[in-house]
Design a protein around this ligand. Sequence first.
Ligand SMILES: [Fe+2]
Ligand SMILES: [Fe+2]
Length: 456
Amino acid sequence: MTPSFNPRRACASAFRLATALGCGVALSALLLAVGPVAAQGPAKARAPAEPIITGGKPQRLIVNPTEDPSRGFAVTWRMEAGAGKGLVEYAEATPGPAFEDAVSTVMATSEVVQYAPRNGAPVSATAHSAVIDGLKPETLYVYRVGDGRTFSAWRQVRTAASTAKPFTFLYFGDVQNEVESHGSRVMRMARRLAPDAALALYAGDLINRSDADREWAEWFDMAPDLHAELLTLPSPGNHEYGPPVEGRQALAPQWRQQFTLPRNGPAGVEALSETVYQVDYQGVRFLSLDADAMSDHPELAEATLTWLQARLADNPNAWTVVFLHYPIYSTAKGRDNPELRAALEPVLQRYGVDLVLQGHDHTYARGRKGGPVYVVSVAGPKQYPAGQDDWASRKATGVQLFQAISVDGGELTYKAYTATGALYDAFRLSKPARGKPARLIDLAPKSDELNLRRAP
Ligand SMILES: [Fe+2]
Ligand SMILES: [Fe+2]
């Protein structure tokens, strides 16, 4: 297909790079002349930094995967407006502070950003983004961010192994509402019950109002340790998109300013940049789809399907996980997505996708249809009544959940826990060989002691 040109999205993109006059939410954005990201090798980084304007403490610190997470990771953060350059210091972790003698530095790409929310005061800040590359696989690194004088605490991130190896990842459905007050306990419980998790997937609707910067602040405040030390893979929901402008939904500018995600989605389709992407991690291919863009724009759906088929056809990994916001099979009345299902389901089945992780319906359901296991889940407090979930073998409403999913060779073990730490659902997929259909072993607790079915 011909890559689409979307003036609204081009505007959102230009927001990162230059003055964006005419954008509804953006007043202006000024790229600071710090040049491209560049590793600077082991340095005498302990030398006093040059004096520069400081902008308070680093905020909204997060690590995202690069295309090859065995060789690096991406770091994004924000400083108060008026801050100068941004830099990341990193080194192989040591048991004590000895790593400080071997610190390398990477300069961030930086931009001053301003928002005019529909409600609330204008916001101004400096957004920083850096990619750390050339690292050793399966190695624990320390890193910190700052402006040369003010730094975050040292954080630790482990690079992936370069081959298949057991690991655990987290999956969260919509958090969306009362993000810090209600969402954060789910995050803390996830950290407690899966302390070794390496990744955290979000299936959209991270926040409620796309342009409410204070909601984005809450999202970062709900789990600062998790964001700064687990590689985060977010997929956008409809609540990350603002009201239509010139007939197009606009992705919240915060998305591309606050996350640094692989730019390996459909080539040349800027509208899907950093919302559609692929990450291979220790034998699992993760594919994020932009469900809202697919549903609203046929040309973006076509571009996504072409890309998805290519990524599934050429896939050396034993396991494949697709995550997107709108469910292929819905759980709540009046929320069916027949066009999305018609477009995606044949592709997911044909190429043997194992697991499809979704959100949007503010209920829980898990079922298998023709190959893939489909899950709808919700991490936040907003809950809808169920009623259209006959496809599901396990379902709930009125409960906040998270998932810890472990992969070990030919076995994938899925566990869904409530905010109180109770195991609500579990199953195992067992594959005799790569490319063969997986056998599902149901491990869900037999008695539904939580009495979650059809709760009001
Ligand atoms: Fe949604
Ligand atoms: Fe939602």
